[in-house]
Design a protein around this ligand. Structure first.
Ligand code: L34
Length: 297
């Protein structure tokens, strides 16, 4: 059996089209154009490419974006001053500080400084707290994108055995939390595995849905997958490849070729979760602008 491949680009394009219409309506009804501040410190090539993709996506659907690229030596104080300025800028509804940050800057200090109403990444403790409590808030983009993919592919989560591999603050932890919520996108039975998990395979073999977010190629091999399982690959790893044009190729956390012979549904890398991450950032930015418009009335 060969799995159906989930086309993340196509799902992302459909959502972006919905957003484009919402933005046009918001602009004509209220004069408000959603605005996103994009902040990148340093020159990490992967971060540069993600940030450029986010800015391009904004332009395509009518979100204003301000580009803030700072040198790698930027101090914590300088970055805090920029955040403060963006917090007070009325044209900006959302602030994205691309992670990771250079070593001299505390990520948690920076995230804490973002006004919660502009926290379109959903990383601020206030946003995380609301998410865990099931209150309305901005959901973190990658987990939200995964939920959207599952929903739009009509994967039934209620009572499903889900194994999340990875416990990062930006993917594993929030995703596990969302999946157990008493909500249409939740109601799953969730196991979170990580680097200290014993017998990873015993866990993944039970799973109806495996979500790989370990950041390591070949974390999930065919022998770890129950026939017919749904496999979502969140990993984006650059692997050196002299044959490739750019000197590297992208691969996820899943042995795609072998696992796709066993799964019923699988996401590719690239073209799976990545485009959804960017799309949910756009979604949150539009939501932030809509909220502001409704307060202004
Ligand atoms: N603050 N930092 C903050 N928010 C985020 O949501 C992120 N993340 C992660 C890293 N740091 C962050 C992203 O934006 C990962 N991430 C991200 C975004 C987009 C893509 C991958 C990761 C993506 O578009 N991937 C493409 C391939 C891109 C390429 O060719 O390099 C894909 O199809 O998977």
């Amino acid at each position: 059996m060969s799995a159906r491949i989930i086309d993340g680009k196509q799902v992302a394009a459909a959502i972006r089209q919905e957003l484009q219409q919402k933005i046009a309506a918001l602009r004509s009804e209220t004069g408000i154009q959603p605005g996103l501040a994009v902040v990148l410190v340093g020159t990490d090539p992967a971060s540069q490419s993600y940030v450029s993709a986010k800015e391009k996506a904004c332009a395509e659907i009518g979100i204003y974006s301000s580009d803030n690229r700072l040198p790698a030596e930027t101090s914590e104080e300088e970055l805090l001053a920029l955040i403060d300025k963006l917090n007070r800028d009325p044209k900006i509804h959302g602030i994205l500080v691309q992670l990771p940050l250079p070593r001299q800057i505390s990520e948690s200090k920076i995230i804490n400084a973002i006004a919660p109403e502009k926290d379109v990444d959903g990383f601020h403790p206030v946003s995380v707290g609301k998410m865990v409590l099931g209150e309305e808030t901005y959901l973190p983009c990658t987990p939200h994108g995964v939920l959207q993919l599952l929903q739009r592919c009509e994967v039934n989560l209620s009572g499903a055995e889900v194994v999340v591999v990875g416990r990062s603050n930006i993917v594993g932890k929030p995703l596990a939390n969302l999946l157990i919520q008493k909500a249409p996108y939740g109601n799953a039975t969730v196991t979170v595995c990580h680097t200290r998990t014993r017998g990873l395979r015993n866990h993944t073999l039970r799973a109806d849905i495996i979500i790989a977010a370990a950041g390591c190629p070949n974390t999930i091999t065919a022998g770890m997958v129950k026939p017919g399982a749904v496999v979502i690959d969140v990993g984006v790893n650059r692997v050196e490849d002299p044959q490739a044009k750019r000197g590297y190729r992208l691969t996820g956390d899943v042995d795609f070729a072998a696992v796709s012979e066993k799964a019923s549904l699988i996401t590719p890398v690239p073209g799976g979760v990545g485009p959804m991450t960017i799309t949910m950032l756009l979604f949150n930015t539009v939501q932030a602008a809509q909220k502001k418009a409704s307060h202004a009335r």
